[in-house]
Design a binder for this molecule. Structure first.
Ligand SMILES: [Zn+2]
Length: 65
């Protein structure tokens, strides 16, 4: 089986992300940092438990705009 390529940087994956084997660990780290920045700019603390963040995001999505 050929090694998969990262969907983000298109390089063969040497070390897959622990969270998503379609991306490499380097891109995963960058994606996590980017997501945390987005959460902070939205007023959500990225250090909260994932379930807390998910609940907050769902609450905002359900708010009438
Ligand atoms: Zn990558």
């Amino acid at each position: 089986m050929a090694s998969k390529e990262c969907v983000i940087c298109d390089e063969p994956i040497a070390t897959p992300s622990e969270l998503d084997d379609g991306i490499c660990a380097d891109c995963d780290g960058a994606a996590v940092a980017e997501t945390e920045d987005e959460l902070r700019s939205a007023g959500i603390d990225p250090d909260d438990e994932p379930v807390v963040i998910a609940a907050e995001v769902m609450r905002r999505i359900n708010l009438p705009s």
